[in-house]
Write a protein of this length. Structure first.
Lengths: 118, 508
């Protein structure tokens, strides 16, 4: 079955880039432009993996992550942080991989495949 | 050197006797036979010692004493008294006779009296020489101190409890002027009351040295950052009567520091923006290439659109940075309002068309002229208009977007209004929108554009009001006076930029 990835980023161009990258690699995608929208999408779309930008309006990456961990049925969905900010946001757990912008596509697709492996 | 002695006596024998005695004692002798000629001789020869008989025809010895003392207070007069005038001799002491001897003359007593007088004269001379020397020394030293005070590489003032400047050095006088009785806050700040946290008042209170930093305005209108040190000046009883203030001009250091600080912030904020920008460029290239590879022209066009927009952003970013680093004066001219807003439409309309956003101008009532710097004002307005476009571009919640742009004249004011129903701003963005290096656009903003816009409008003595709600849209109103009656200031890199740099306070 095709795995579905939720792309969260407030920059539509970056969303479209990630969207094309994942679709070309054979994944299904859905998108959200800030943390709040993303929390709704997590429930309605039930993605298998989430890529998360940190710096967004309304609700940023950190608060999205906090919201995600509260929901029992979705808290185990793997998350990959894709962000231009810093090395790693401090409130995230150590086992969340971080890909910094500009994105190394091979590295990102490798990480995605690893996280989605059964 | 032989001391000169004037002998006044009407008896020639006595004159000769005294003359011989005195010459033996080592004096040079001149003689007069009565009071009047004695006085004229005194005036000519200026002897330091006068020996005079009391009883003489014409002017007597007492009168001679008085006149000599009036003429030359330092001259020493010894009186010679006969049997019948001892009372007069004693009285003569009241008129500051040095001594008296009685007839018949005892040479030992005479020698003793003269020795006393000679000692007195020599002491007086020493004292005078010493005093003169001391005065010269003091004059020399105080001239040197004054020179040091004047040439010291800082501003030095002495102030009393009411902060009146009682003394000031040359540098202070040159840069801030000096009117006796003027207060420190008038001279430095052109204000009517003392500054809060005045280090001088603190020194009056505590008797300790204090330190402060402030910005002052010189006579030539320049603003200087100064670092102030104060120290108490006390009277003989240890009370603080005045405070001395030493201020160093640290404007250059502060400017450099501000530049370094803002350069650091600029690089920080831009590195984040540039990372996003590069990611989006990668995306554009990727989508264009994969579109071309698959023969999917639609995909290739989307990729190209991404690239085109991003290239435009890079251009804008570079121009923002260039604009920010350049400082220039407002160049005010009479601007035709209709022509000005139509030029703005010509800049924005093509971009709006490209993004598929209807752009609705409304220039009914945009009549007459406006006094402004058209280049600066135009770039400020373009920033607002482009932000409206961006807000529509970023908003995915609505399908249809519209931007309206109106201008009208209302009395002596000109009003611009830009509304969009794009993304809108949350509270944080609204609070920080005019802050230097704050950007809500991530990869697309430098955080310079609106900072400069706000600065330009402020320099034109205008006012910006903002209403915005996230998800709904934004309304920006810019109100400007049609005439610039107040003095314009430089724009670009503003002198008071630190007010806008968050966290800059810690650097001071």
């Amino acid at each position: 079955m095709t795995k579905k990835i939720l792309i969260i980023d407030d920059d539509p161009d970056i969303v479209s880039y990630l969207d094309a990258t994942f679709k070309d690699a054979g994944y299904a995608t859905c998108v959200a432009y800030h943390g709040e929208e993303a929390l709704q999408k997590v429930k309605s779309e039930k993605p298998d993996l989430i890529t998360l930008d940190m710096d967004m309006p309304v609700k940023g990456g950190t608060m999205f992550f906090v919201g995600l961990r509260k929901e029992k049925e979705v808290k185990e969905i793997p998350v990959i942080v894709i962000s231009g900010i810093g090395p790693r946001p401090p409130t995230l757990k150590a086992d969340i991989p971080t890909v910094s912008k500009p994105i190394d596509r091979k590295l990102l697709l490798g990480l995605v495949a690893e996280k989605l492996a059964p | 050197m032989k001391e000169k002695v004037l002998i006044a006596d009407d008896e020639e024998d006595i004159r000769d006797l005294l003359g011989l005695l005195l010459e033996d004692l080592g004096f040079e002798v001149i003689k007069a036979g009565d009071g009047n000629s004695a006085f004229s001789l005194f005036q000519q020869a200026r002897p330091p010692i006068v020996l005079t008989d009391i009883k003489m025809p014409g002017m007597d010895g007492i009168q001679l004493l008085k006149r000599v003392k009036a003429e030359e207070p330092d001259a020493e007069v010894i009186m010679i008294s006969g049997h019948g005038d001892l009372d007069l001799a004693i009285e003569s002491l009241k008129y500051q006779a040095a001594d008296f001897i009685t007839k018949p003359i005892d040479d030992a007593l005479l020698a003793h009296a003269l020795e006393k007088v000679r000692e007195k004269i020599s002491l007086k001379r020493d004292l005078r020489a010493y005093t003169e020397n001391l005065e010269n020394l003091v004059a020399e030293k105080s001239a040197k101190l004054q020179r040091l005070f004047d040439e010291g590489p800082c501003y030095v003032t002495v102030q009393d409890r009411e902060l009146h400047i009682t003394e000031a050095n040359r540098r202070f006088k040159e840069d801030f002027g000096f009117t006796p009785g003027k207060t420190c806050f008038e001279a430095y700040k052109h204000r009517l009351e003392p500054c809060s946290d005045c280090p001088i008042l603190k020194t009056f209170e505590t008797g300790q040295a204090h330190q402060a930093e402030t910005v002052v305005t010189a006579c030539n209108g320049e603003h200087y950052n100064i670092l102030i040190w104060t120290a108490p000046l006390t009277d003989s009883e240890g009370r603080v009567t005045h405070v001395i203030e030493m201020s160093t001009n640290i404007t250059l250091i502060r400017q450099l520091q501000d530049h370094v600080a803002s350069l650091g912030m600029m690089l920080g904020s831009m590195s984040h923006g540039i990372k996003g920008l590069l990611t989006a460029l990668d995306g554009g290239v990727y989508r264009m290439e994969s579109g071309l590879a698959r023969g999917d022209l639609e995909e290739a066009r989307s990729g190209w659109d991404m690239l085109r927009i991003r290239i435009e952003r890079i251009r804008k970013m570079v121009l923002d940075v260039l604009y920010y680093t350049k400082s220039r004066e407002l160049e005010l001219t009479e601007v035709d309002l209709q022509a000005f807003v139509r030029d703005l439409v010509a800049i924005i309309k093509p971009k709006a068309d490209q993004g598929g956003v209807p752009f609705v101008p409304d220039f009914i009532g945009a009549e007459g002229t406006l006094e402004a710097d058209p280049v600066a004002l135009s770039s400020a307005m373009v920033n607002f208009l482009e932000n409206a476009l961006d807000a529509c571009h970023m908003d995915r919640t609505k399908k249809e977007h519209t931007i309206t742009f109106s201008a009208k004249r209302s009395g002596s004011r000109v009003m611009f209004e830009i509304t969009d129903n794009g993304l809108g701003m949350d509270q944080e963005t609204r609070n920080n929108m005019f802050t230097l290096f704050f950007s809500s656009k991530g990869s697309r903003g430098t955080g310079i554009g609106l900072f400069v816009s706000n600065h330009v409008i402020t320099q034109h003595h205008g006012h910006i009001s903002v209403e915005s709600e996230y998800g709904k849209g934004t309304r920006i109103q810019v109100e400007l006076p049609a005439k610039q009656t107040l003095s314009p200031q430089s724009i670009g890199y503003p002198k008071d930029a630190e007010r806008y740099i968050p966290g800059a306070a810690e650097l001071h």
